[in-house]
Write a protein that binds this ligand. Structure first.
Ligand code: F6R
Length: 626
């Protein structure tokens, strides 16, 4: 198949289709699979599908289930081969891919169990080689894979083909990369519990499929998608090998497309519209590329980088430099809630009313502090009424050992006065027994989840107090999608939006801070944001909404680029130290590399490089347009 590309896609070496949402992409892919199944079955053949696990295919599997239930699509004549399985996990293990596939798809459709194939994670070491060879043979005997579904890891892996996997590698036992294990840490209650090895189809196995479709959602995947699509085809990024397959496609949502040249640097592919936003993006990009502050850029540099037309419109580089410098400079404010009685025409936030009711939504406890701890502290000290609203309880990240520590303290306390504390002692003993009975990976009973959620509450209150927020203003919504769910398997319901809506109605904020707008839609941040969006839309006619501004911040997600920032709140070294102190209150969930505050320092460095004042650290925000 020859690749028909438009000029704007000229940097893309494999067909890449960008959908408005992951849901739209998943629906289109499910329709394609339906056609494939029906075509093959009509010809009297089985349809052979290659399947993936992880968060990415979840919306696609839900759509397949819908087609089965509502539109009569049958899977009786479908054979499946999964890409991989963790080594050392038995099929009933909570995190085994076998169990994942049953829960997410197989148990809900009419596929005969004997048509389902996954590598066996429990095969003894001495039999692994043979097992892998048999897996390869089974694929060949089935007539080869008609359509292989893929996700992409942050290392660029497909299946578990980590960097270094060769183009013709076959099914085999592989060690998992550190980044991959970190990404699985939430599923396994900590990185240490994540298996070190997996059995995966090889790159060569995958490339033999007749058609390949790789899906990716959310901004955190954007950089690796761009490398796979536009970079060199080589072993450093396994997904880049799709480039030389005759029938491969990337299906991505808008957030995952953000680092593609056509989106990131549209003027280089002749698609620039030179909106104010695009212009700022281009000038900031040029300054960073030339390692020069904005005010020192010269006409030649603009011309040499495809921005000659922009210069003509603006009357020259000097005028353009000043315009963008001023716009960037005006994003900086020490008054995130607005400066009372000041002329606010050039400021990111309105001066009045003062004080404001500020509502900080934190999808999981710690997002708020990580993303905007310094800003929370400022808002409080500038007299605003700051409420922190924790959306999901976060209990799934609390380790059993943390829970044990708490109940042991309770047990020991009860020894002081056994008669009065008998009930507490019984409770503690019960929890200890439950932890023992479920083992490291059993499903946590409700009572244990409740305890873990209290542990996180305590930490969240402590962290908020360190930033000056009153305990009465720290709220816990315990959104049902999380309370009733598991990582990668969350499902939004109207109950979630109703709970978010209730607190909006009660507090009637002037400012809302939230994150998750460009997250993977199956992640906690993605689902929590969807709940907020729904609640917000349902309140279109509420009087308070007309006076409320929504600011987006970044926590776990990729930090904003300078040109995206509409409010930059600087921090002094002391403020930064206090923020880090607040982050350390989260003992039960330690994300070491996020605790350093390095992201805020990196944003400050970028501002410095653009010729803005040099700060220790900067927290960044952009306003949300619903
Ligand atoms: C899963 C697999 C992996 C995932 C990838 C992305 O069977 O082989 O390559 O597709 O790690 O994972 P998620 O979708 O969870 O981001």
């Amino acid at each position: 198949m020859t690749l028909q590309i438009s000029p704007e896609e000229q940097h893309e070496k494999v067909r890449t289709v960008v959908y408005a949402t992951a849901q739209a992409a998943a629906e289109a892919l499910a329709r394609e699979v339906r056609e494939l199944i029906e075509r093959k079955n009509a010809a009297g053949e089985m349809a052979v599908l290659g399947l993936a696990t992880g968060s990415t295919p979840v919306p696609f599997y839900r759509e397949l289930i819908r087609l089965y239930r509502e539109e009569g699509l049958s899977f009786r004549k479908v054979v499946t081969f999964n890409l991989d399985e963790y080594y050392g996990l038995n099929r009933e293990h909570r995190e085994s891919y076998y169990r994942f596939m049953r829960e997410q798809l197989f148990d809900h459709i009419d596929i005969p169990p004997e048509h389902v194939n996954l590598p066996d994670g429990m095969v003894p070491l001495e039999r692994v080689f043979e097992h892998c060879a048999e897996y390869e043979k089974r694929i060949v005997d089935a007539g080869g894979i008609d359509l292989q579904i893929l996700g992409i890891g942050r290392t660029g892996h497909i299946g578990f083909n980590e960097p270094g996997s060769s183009r013709d590698s076959l099914t085999r036992l592989v060690p998992l990369d550190r980044v991959t294990r970190q990404d699985a840490a939430a599923d396994f209650l900590g990185e240490d519990n994540v298996p070190r090895f997996a059995i995966t189809m090889g790159v060569g196995t995958i490339l033999r499929a007749k058609r390949l479709v790789l899906m990716a959602w959310g901004e955190n995947k954007s950089e690796i998608v761009a490398r796979a699509v536009e970079g060199e085809e080589n072993e450093a990024v396994s997904a880049s090998f799709l480039q030389s397959h005759g029938d491969a496609r990337f299906l991505i949502d808008r957030a995952a497309s953000n680092a593609l040249t056509r989106i990131k640097l549209p003027w280089l592919v002749g698609r620039a519209e030179w909106t104010p936003q695009e212009t700022r993006r281009a000038v900031c990009w040029l300054a960073l590329r030339e390692s020069k502050p904005i005010l020192k850029l010269v006409d030649e540099e603009y011309n040499e980088n495809g921005m000659g037309e922009l210069l003509t419109r603006k009357g020259g580089g000097y005028e353009l430099n000043i315009e963008i410098f001023n716009r960037q400079h005006h994003t900086i404010t020490g008054w995130p809630g607005g400066k009372p009685d000041a002329d606010d025409r050039q400021r990111p936030e309105r001066a009045s009313p003062h004080p404001k009711v500020c509502l900080v939504f934190s999808p999981e406890p710690q997002d708020d502090v990580m993303g905007m701890g310094g800003t929370i502290e400022r808002l409080v000290s500038q007299g605003h009424r700051v409420h922190v609203v924790h959306m999901a309880s976060g209990d799934l990240r609390v380790t059993d050992s943390e829970a044990l520590r708490f109940v042991r303290v309770l047990q020991e306390t009860s020894e002081i006065d056994p008669a009065r504390w008998a009930e507490a002692d019984r409770y503690a003993t019960g929890v200890i027994e439950e932890i023992g009975a479920k083992g490291p990976f059993g499903d946590p009973p409700r009572r244990l989840r409740d305890l873990k959620s209290l542990i996180r509450r305590g930490e969240a209150r402590d962290a908020a107090a360190a930033l000056g927020v009153e305990a009465a203003n720290v709220h816990f919504l315990d959104l049902p999608f999380y309370a009733e769910g598991r990582y990668r398997q969350f499902r939004l319901s109207s109950k979630d939006a109703a709970r978010v809506g209730a607190i909006l109605d009660r507090l009637q904020p002037h400012q809302i801070y939230i994150t998750g707008d460009l997250a993977d839609p199956s992640s906690v941040q993605g689902v929590a944001f969807a709940a907020f969006r729904q609640a917000w839309q349902e309140r279109e006619k509420s009087a308070w909404r007309a006076h409320c501004r929504v600011w987006l911040y970044r926590g776990h997600q990729k930090e904003f680029q300078p040109h995206e920032i509409q409010m930059a709140v600087p921090m002094s070294p002391d403020q930064m130290a206090r923020k880090i102190g607040a982050m350390h209150r989260f003992l039960s969930h330690n994300v070491a590399d996020l605790l350093s505050g390095e992201r805020n320092r990196a944003t400050a460095r970028l501002y410095d490089e653009l010729g803005m004042p040099e700060y220790e650290a900067v927290e960044a925000f952009r306003s949300w347009v619903s």
